[in-house]
Ligand binder design. Structure first.
Ligand SMILES: [Zn+2]
Length: 583
């Protein structure tokens, strides 16, 4: 060869071949390289033939390396050529007045009356993310002071802790409001003693009329001493449920009637409705604004991050803060985040489960974290979605597809590929000339992950090989149609009848059928099938066969069934049970 000793040229070609190979699934294309080399070495224009010889030799050499080896060489020698996927992490905007506080403290404060769902994701992730961003503290506070209407349930305390853990939100401190009633009582007494709160005995309708007219009720004008007496009667059981309410005084002229003299504590008959944690130990229970308002200050919360439906609560609580001489934390009220088609109403979830419409809190039709986890939606995708939306106060409507596409990006890189044949139909391929071994990569871009291997050995004189293919694929096998069994060989269909399809072997190389755009279908050799059920997002079940390599999968693994979708493995026993995430 004319250029045998031209090491500079050989190196130039070698680099070009390696770069070409890593961008073409490990197979460099010699044809594409001649022009490229000539562009850099114009002196060779008259020697194209010899040059092609060298290029072919180098390309063969490079193509004999594994994809992993090629990648390693390129990364080591020319890392600049390998574009790192640009990580444009969306960052949250800075918190207002962050430098006013030595430590940033945020909180998430759920009522443990249901499992958490996507609707809570914003409060959780933003609060946690900000605490981490400022090296601060993230507090979990269970707001469980309604033993009657929004009654907490013991199982949910734990499921909420689990959900936060799964979301990657580390809790620095945890409080449970039902442990803190004496604290709320103390401050209530102080508010009453100072004339800033009163125990109101008015029937609700009567009180409403007064307050709409911006007039004080009879209780409001009683002395502090008289109100303190009513207060101790409340604590001592002297009032039945509904007979007395402690109200915090506000400006009666406040333009919003819902703010005026808001209710702070009420009597609940805990003999009838015992609290799941403290039973009937207390009969006076704080309402939301008193307990949350006091706790935010007492727990040192610096930034409250919550939905804008809480704006009025801030207005109410600020009166109490003024009476106690406290400064209200920074409050950020974000807009509503709606996910179209997600079932996010707590009461509907609980009711649906009670009526056995849903199989449980992880029913795939629900937008609960438990359901999303079961389906293989990653917490990283949820977090990304929330951070991308940010803390804007305008309402945002997202679709499931928004979440799926973020999740797909994460899973695409991490999930191994397998074949699944829904509604299997037998396919007989005739005239298979010799045994074939298919080496199917677990991940097309990550050969280092390994392969699944199936050997197809034709049987008897007719040289028949039998497969399972999906019903849908079998139905397109009208006579004469050319199809490629992915990574195996090309066949010509002869038709499908009575759940059996027949075809004839044509050739092995994909190149033969690439031009005519033959459909590529997944297949499972007969005998290598593993029964599989995929639970779909609408809770229907798709039955079929997975390939036998799936017997080695472990629960919680998320894989991609090629041409079907991403699924999370739920159980591997006599059968594979998987939950469908998305395409
Ligand atoms: Zn009254």
């Amino acid at each position: 060869m004319a250029f045998e000793n031209d090491t500079a040229l050989r190196q130039l070609i070698r680099k070009a071949a390696l770069l070409n190979a890593v961008s073409h699934d490990g197979k460099a294309q010699a044809g594409a390289m001649v022009g490229k080399i000539l562009g850099e070495r114009q002196d060779l224009r008259t020697k194209v033939k010899e040059l092609s010889g060298v290029i072919n030799a180098v390309v063969n050499e490079v193509n004999s390396l594994s994809f992993a080896e090629q990648k390693a060489i390129v990364e080591e020698n020319w890392p600049e050529t390998q574009k790192k996927e640009k990580v444009e992490e969306k960052r949250l905007p800075p918190l207002p007045n962050a430098d006013k506080y030595p430590v940033i403290v945020t909180r998430f404060s759920p009522n443990p009356d249901c499992v958490l769902h996507l609707g809570s994701a914003r409060a959780i992730i933003l609060s946690h993310e900000y605490a981490r961003m400022y090296d601060g503290k993230f507090i979990l506070r269970f707001e469980d002071t309604d033993p009657k209407i929004k009654r907490p349930s013991l199982i949910f305390y734990n499921s909420i802790r689990e959900d936060l853990k799964w979301l990657g939100c580390k809790v620095d401190e945890e409080y449970i409001q039902s442990d803190r009633l004496p604290i709320y009582y103390n401050y209530t007494e102080r508010l009453i003693r100072d004339g800033n709160a009163y125990a109101c005995e008015c029937p609700p309708e009567e009180f409403r009329k007064k307050i709409l007219a911006k007039e004080p009720c009879a209780c409001r004008i009683l002395s502090a001493a008289e109100n303190l007496e009513r207060w101790s009667r409340m604590l001592g059981g002297g009032y039945a449920e509904g007979q007395a309410v402690v109200r915090v005084k506000t400006d009666l002229e406040n333009p919003n009637p819902a703010v005026r003299d808001w209710p702070a504590l009420r009597v609940i008959d805990t003999k009838k409705c015992p609290h799941p944690r403290v039973g009937s130990k207390y009969i006076v229970w704080p309402l939301y604004n008193l307990a949350a308002g006091l706790d935010d200050h007492l727990m040192g919360i610096t930034h409250i991050i919550r939905g804008k439906e809480h704006y009025t609560n801030m207005v109410r609580q600020k009166y109490m803060y003024d009476y106690l001489g406290w400064t209200y934390p920074e409050a950020i009220h974000y807009g509503r985040l709606k996910i179209t088609g997600a079932f996010l109403s707590k009461s509907k979830i609980v009711q649906g489960i009670r009526e056995c419409i849903y199989t449980g809190f992880d029913d795939p039709r629900l937008g609960t974290f438990a359901a999303l986890r079961k389906r293989g939606i990653t917490p990283e995708a949820i977090k990304k979605m929330i951070i991308e939306v940010g803390i804007k106060s305008n309402d945002v409507t997202l679709s499931w597809e928004n979440l799926y596409s973020l999740n797909r990006k994460i899973l695409d890189a991490s999930s191994n590929r397998y074949f699944f044949v829904p509604e299997p139909v037998e396919l007989k391929v005739l005239q298979v000339p010799k045994p074939f071994t298919a080496k199917l990569p677990l991940h097309p871009e990550k050969p280092e992950r390994g392969f699944r291997e199936y050997t197809i050995t034709p049987e008897c004189e007719e040289k028949t090989a039998s497969f399972w293919v999906s019903k849908k694929d079998a139905e397109m096998m009208e006579n004469g149609k050319v199809i490629r069994l992915m990574e195996l060989f090309n066949i010509q269909a002869e038709g499908e009848m009575d759940n059996q399809a027949t075809a004839t072997f044509i050739s092995e190389s994909y190149e033969d059928v690439r031009k005519i755009k033959a459909p590529l279908i997944q297949w499972i050799p007969k005998g290598e099938e593993f029964p599989c059920q995929v639970v779909m997002p609408n809770a229907s079940v798709t039955e079929g066969f997975a390939e036998s390599a799936c017997k080695k999968l472990k629960p919680d693994e998320i894989i991609q069934f090629e041409r079907f979708g991403f699924t999370r493995i739920d159980a591997v026993n006599q059968k594979l049970i998987a939950y469908y995430a998305h395409k």
